[in-house]
Design a protein around this ligand. Structure first.
Ligand code: FAD
Length: 535
């Protein structure tokens, strides 16, 4: 008699949930993704309006190899035992692979970012050491030596922290203690900003080499210097764009998942994760399944939450089942900052001189970060990331128009800011700033569409605690072992995947988290999986 497949249910269809869905189908599970919204992608949801296509979230695509690994999967054929970084990838192979090409067209973007300073000078960061040195010599020639030393030390952190340890699941304290001496030796535990300040005396260069963690919710003043590896991740494998927008990658993954027999249900919000009572003081309770908002009860052998950590534990699971993640602990975690994101379309006046990815830094850096992350106040100045994908992909807007978004880091909802008042005001200020300061000349006259989201969107639509945009904040005391565990300590058969779990936020990291969670599940279900495979 054939052995019935185990049933897995994933809560949420973000990049983490979709990546894990593909991996569980490849292990042989019967996997269903239940998604609250009417479409897939989570933070990578797409808005289509009046002929404009707006990716709502991630736009900077790095490590195409991670995407290739997912598209190369097949039913009952996983690649969990293959090297995480095969030789050609270690050698910096940047091309998206042949499996990806069937589902998405991925192209390189250069420069990676144009970084504008407050005095309108800019730095085109493209990962090329020659052009990087040239630009440093124009901004602060005295920092050229510092750049060489930064490059060497950040590369050592990248090799140890990303290539060797990136996939380590810090499930227990000894695993953490084993790597700590190395991280101390590499000076990777001090704050990233203080790390970069050791190499650069120029304020501009300190910003250029530390701002990137903001794109994954990390405060450069607090995030450990191990995140200097982001610089090397981009330099080694490039920055990429998916033609049609990041949403096209989401659709490719949904298609692949369904081809492999996976099922997705939309508008299926989970209201509780159901758990059988523990059978003795020393035994963990066991997962039963979950209940949807419409009252439907689904049973499962494994439940994996791709939703926010605090939402998963505090809202979906009865406190009596939570010894390791009680409310006080979950509440005391630090959650990442939030965002105001303005999506807008405008007529092309023919004099746009931006790049695909633009960082526009305000007059203050450390003080502004402190306002956002610590003081939690809405400052009158701001920095922003301005994304103009139609520079690469005109198909995202009607003829003669551009589609863009600009993202402004703001405090999360622990601030008490009333976004129904501040949201429209800040949106107007930011759009006028882009016009008045000449970044998009004539914008206010040429604007044909604009809308925005605030921390309230992250809190109510995406169920993120305090409206955080990137999950649990990456800081030393919330990294590795101290970050929520991908295998729940509380309940047998419950797992986490995505930005709140290990290793952290950002599309490459949540794809890594899916592989780490898949490995934990493969270990826990090894006996059953071999039975399916022996049939
Ligand atoms: C504006 C913005 C720009 C970004 N830019 C970049 C970038 O350029 N590059 C990069 O690498 N990263 C970027 N990031 C970060 C990156 O997008 C995220 O870290 C990543 O997409 C998170 O994926 P995830 O799988 O953790 O889950 P999410 O995308 O958060 O998805 C979670 C899903 O769970 C669903 N859900 C929640 N609760 C329930 C429930 N009770 N029942 C059912 N479903 C539920 C939600 O609806 C959602 O679909 C950006 C983030 C934002 C917000």
């Amino acid at each position: 008699m054939s052995k019935e497949r185990s049933r897995a249910i994933i809560i949420g269809s973000g990049f983490g949930g979709l990546s894990l869905g593909l991996r569980l189908q490849s292990l042989g599970f019967d996997t269903t993704i239940v998604e609250k919204l009417d479409g897939a992608g989570g933070r990578a949801y797409v808005k289509k309006v009046n002929g404009f296509t707006f990716d709502m979230g991630p736009t900077v695509i790095t490590v195409p190899h991670f995407i290739e690994e997912l598209f190369a999967l097949d039913r009952d054929s996983d690649n969990l035992d293959q090297p995480d970084f095969p030789a050609h990838i270690l050698n910096g192979e940047q091309k998206p692979g042949i499996a990806t090409a069937k589902y998405a067209e991925i192209v390189p973007i250069k420069p990676f970012y144009r970084i504008y300073f407050d005095d309108k000078s800019y730095f085109d960061y493209d990962g090329d050491p020659v052009s990087t040195r040239e630009q440093i010599s124009q901004i602060a020639p005295e920092d050229l030596d510092g750049y060489e030393r930064f490059h060497k030390d950040a590369e050592a952190i990248f090799k140890r922290g990303f290539l060797e340890l990136g996939y380590t699941f810090f499930n227990d304290a000894p695993t953490m203690l084993r790597v700590l001496p190395d991280l101390l030796k590499l000076d990777a535990v001090r704050s990233l900003f203080s790390f970069t300040s050791r190499y650069f005396s120029s304020d501009k260069l300190r910003q250029v080499f530390s701002f990137e963690t903001l794109l994954i919710g990390g405060n450069p003043l607090a995030v450990p210097a191990i995140y200097a590896m982001i610089h090397f991740v981009e330099k080694t494998w490039g920055v990429h764009y998916v033609m049609g927008g990041t949403g096209a990658l989401v659709q490719g993954m949904v298609k692949k998942f369904e081809e492999m027999g996976g099922k997705i249900r939309y508008q299926a919000e989970v209201v509780s994760i159901d758990v059988a009572d523990r059978k003795g003081w020393f035994k963990k309770p066991v997962i039963k399944g979950l209940t949807l908002a419409n009252g439907e009860v689904l049973t499962a052998d494994a439940v994996i939450s791709n939703a926010d950590y605090a939402h998963t534990y505090m809202t979906l699971i009865d406190p009596k089942h939570r010894r390791w993640n009680p409310d006080w602990r979950v509440r005391n975690m630090h959650y990442s900052m939030s965002l105001l994101v303005v999506y807008f379309g405008f007529k092309d006046s023919g004099n746009l001189d931006l790049r695909h990815h633009n960082i526009i830094l305000g007059p203050r850096y450390e003080e502004l970060l402190t306002d956002i992350f610590k003081r939690k106040i809405l400052a009158s100045d701001f920095s922003q990331y301005l994304h103009v994908p139609t520079i690469t992909d005109p198909g995202l807007a009607p003829d003669g128009h551009h589609a863009a978004y600009t993202l402004i880091p703001v405090p999360h909802n622990g601030s008490g800011i009333d976004w129904s008042i501040e949201g429209p005001k800040l949106t107007d200020t930011v759009l006028r700033f882009l016009d008045d300061e000449g970044y998009i000349p004539g914008l206010m006259d040429n604007l044909v569409h604009s809308e925005f989201v605030t921390p309230d969107y992250f809190e109510t639509t995406l169920n993120s605690h305090l409206g955080n945009s990137f999950g649990v904040e990456p800081r030393l005391t919330q990294s590795a072992f101290f970050r929520p565990h991908n295998r729940s300590e509380d309940i047998n058969g419950l797992y986490l995947v995505g930005a709140s779990s290990q290793p952290g936020a950002g599309t490459p990291s949540v794809m890594m988290s899916a592989k780490m969670t898949a490995r934990a599940i493969a270990e826990d279900f090894s006996a059953t999986i071999s039975q399916w495979r022996d049939e």
